[in-house]
Design a protein around this ligand. Structure first.
Ligand SMILES: Nc1nc2c(ncn2[C@@H]2O[C@H](COP(=O)(O)OP(=O)(O)O)[C@@H](O)[C@H]2O)c(=O)[nH]1
Ligand SMILES: [Mg+2]
Length: 453
C-alpha cells in the first residue's frame, strides 16, 4: 500500500503544525527530509521516539522541528507513521507536505489515516465514527458520548445483540436441517422471546440516539406562531443578542432568521419565521410559505401564543398546524394580564409554558421544558449511544427485519422465513460495526472525515 501524507493540523496558522505520513515508507521518506541535530539516523529510530532537527529540501532548510516515529503495528494506523511537527505556518506546512510528496508519498484522502486504522483492525467502523464525533463535539455531553463510541461501547452492545440473534438462527438452522436427529425442537415462544429482547434493545438504542441528538448534534427548531406574538423576541432571548428585528408591526419578519444556540446542554438550531396568516402582501406571503415549510422540517416546534389576547381562530389554526409534532407551546407576554384560554392549548399540546420573552428568567423555564420534551434529562452520555445517522439506519433495518421475523412466527410462516429475517437483522448489525460492511459503505463513512485524520 502506498505511503500517504497530509497536513494533520487545521488549514490555518497555529503554534505547531503537523505533517503526517503513514505507510511502509513513512520513516524512509522522513529520513530523506528530516535531519536530527544529534546526527542520529532517522531510519534506525525505534517506535515511540522523537528527534529534534531540521526539515531540509536538499540544501535548503525549511524549518526546524520534532520528528515522531511510530513503527507498525504499534501506531494509530497500524502502519509505520512519521509525524513532522514544525512551526504552524501554512506556508511552512505546505512546503513540507510538498517535499514529502516529492520524495514518494501520495496525498491522503479524507479520513484515510483512520480508514487504514480500520482496515488494519485497529478499530471498527463505529469507533471510527466516534473519532469524528470527538473532533466535532461542541459540549461536555457530546464529547462524553463520542468518547464512549470511540472506546467501542456501541460496538460491544450491538455485537451482543447480534450474537444472541446468531445463536437463535443457529438453533433454528440445526433444527430445520436435521429434523430427524436429536436436535432439540426450537420452541416458538423461546425464539420469539429472543427476537423480542433484541428488538427492544434496538428500540432503546434508536430512542436514546434520537433524544441524545438534541445534545450531540443539535435540534432543528422552528419558532412559529401568528404575527406579533413575540417569536422574534423569543429568538433574541435565546440567542442572547438582537438577532431578529422586533417591532409592534405585524409582518416584520419575512425571511427565515437562523441561529444556533445553546440552552443548557441542548443545542438548538433555531429558525425564526414569519407570522403565519393570510396576507395580500406578496413578499410576506412568500415568508409565510417559508414558515410553513420550516414548520414541516423542524424536529422541534416552539409554537408561540400571545397570552395577553383572547384565544382566536388563528390560534386554533396554529394548533392544527402543529398537530402530531414535537411541540412546546410558549404562551408569551406573561407580564401583561393573562386573558388567554390555556386549557385550549393544553388539550392540544401537552407541553406548555407561560413566560415573557422579555424576561431573561424565562430561559430556565424554556430549558427545563425543552429538556423534558426532548427526553434528554435521564440520558447517560457515558453509555453506549449510536454515533451517526448511518448507525441509526442500520439499527432501524435490523429492527424492521426482527419485526418481520416476529410476525412470521405469529402467522405460522415457515421457519425459513424467520431465518431469513434474522440473518437480515444480523447483517445490518454487522454493517454497523463494519464487520460486514461493503467497500462502498466504508468509503462513504470516511468521505465525511477531514483530510489528515
Ligand atoms: N409586554 C410584552 N411585549 C412583548 C413580549 N414579547 C414581545 N413583545 C412585543 O410584541 C411585539 C411583537 O414582537 P415580535 O417579537 O416582533 O413578534 P413576532 O411578530 O411574533 O416576531 C413587539 O412590540 C414586542 O416588543 C412580552 O413578553 N411582553
Ligand atoms: Mg418576527
Amino acid at each position: 500500500m502506498s505511503t500517504i501524507a497530509a497536513i494533520a493540523t487545521p488549514n490555518a496558522a497555529g503554534g505547531i503544525g503537523i505533517v503526517r505520513l503513514s505507510g511502509e515508507d513513512a520513516v524512509e521518506i522522513a529520513a530523506k527530509c528530516f535531519y536530527p541535530f544529534s546526527g542520529r539516523d532517522v531510519g534506525a529510530m525505534k517506535g515511540y521516539t522523537a528527534a529534534y532537527g531540521a526539515v531540509r529540501d536538499g540544501e535548503t532548510e525549511l524549518d526546524d522541528g520534532v520528528l515522531l516515529v511510530y513503527l507498525a503495528p504499534r501506531s494509530y494506523t497500524g502502519e509505520n507513521v512519521a509525524e513532522i511537527c514544525c512551526h504552524g505556518g501554512l506556508y511552512v506546512l505546505q512546503q513540507t507536505l510538498r517535499l514529502v510528496l516529492k520524495l514518494g508519498a501520495v496525498p491522503a484522502g479524507p479520513g484515510e489515516f483512520t480508514q487504514r486504522a480500520f482496515l488494519n483492525g485497529k478499530m471498527d467502523l463505529s469507533q471510527a465514527e466516534g473519532v469524528m464525533n470527538v473532533i466535532s463535539a461542541q459540549g461536555d455531553s457530546a464529547l462524553r458520548a463520542a468518547r464512549s463510541a470511540l472506546r467501542g461501547d456501541v460496538s460491544k452492545k450491538v455485537e451482543a445483540i447480534a450474537s444472541t440473534l446468531v445463536a437463535a438462527a443457529a438453533a433454528l438452522a440445526a433444527w430445520t436441517d436435521y429434523p430427524d436427529d436429536d436436535v432439540p425442537a426450537v420452541e416458538n415462544a423461546a425464539l420469539g422471546d429472543a427476537i423480542k429482547g433484541a428488538a427492544d434493545r434496538l428500540r432503546g438504542l434508536i430512542r436514546d440516539y434520537d433524544n441524545g441528538k438534541a445534545v450531540t448534534r443539535g435540534v432543528k427548531t422552528a419558532i412559529c406562531g401568528k404575527p406579533n406574538v413575540g417569536k422574534s423576541t423569543l429568538m433574541n432571548l435565546l440567542s442572547g443578542c438582537k438577532r431578529s428585528i422586533v417591532t409592534p408591526i405585524s409582518g416584520t419578519t419575512r425571511d427565515v432568521v437562523e441561529e444556533t444556540v445553546r440552552l443548557g446542554d441542548l443545542t438548538l438550531r433555531l429558525m425564526d419565521t414569519a407570522g403565519i396568516r393570510d396576507t395580500d402582501d406578496p413578499v410576506e406571503r412568500l415568508g409565510v410559505a417559508l414558515a410553513r415549510e420550516k414548520l414541516e422540517e423542524a424536529e422541534l416546534v416552539l409554537c408561540v401564543f400571545d397570552g395577553s389576547c383572547p384565544f382566536d381562530e388563528a390560534d386554533e389554526a396554529m394548533l392544527e398546524a402543529v398537530k402530531g409534532r414535537r411541540c412546546l407551546a410558549v404562551v408569551n407576554k406573561a407580564d401583561l394580564p393573562l386573558v388567554f384560554d390555556l386549557e385550549k392549548i393544553r388539550a392540544a399540546v401537552p407541553d406548555a409554558v407561560v413566560l415573557s420573552a422579555n424576561d431573561p428568567d424565562a430561559l430556565a423555564v424554556l430549558q427545563a421544558a425543552a429538556e423534558k420534551l426532548l427526553g434528554v434529562g435521564g440520558l447517560d452520555f457515558n453509555q453506549e449511544l449510536l454515533a451517526t445517522e448511518r448507525q441509526r439506519a442500520c439499527c432501524e433495518t435490523a429492527l424492521e427485519a426482527l419485526e418481520d421475523a416476529l410476525s412470521a412466527l405469529d402467522t405460522g410462516l415457515t421457519v425459513d422465513a424467520v431465518s431469513v429475517d434474522i440473518d437480515c437483522a444480523v447483517d445490518a448489525l454487522l454493517t454497523l460495526t463494519g464487520k460486514k460492511a461493503s467497500d462502498e459503505i466504508v468509503s462513504e463513512v470516511f468521505r465525511s472525515f477531514c483530510v489528515g485524520k
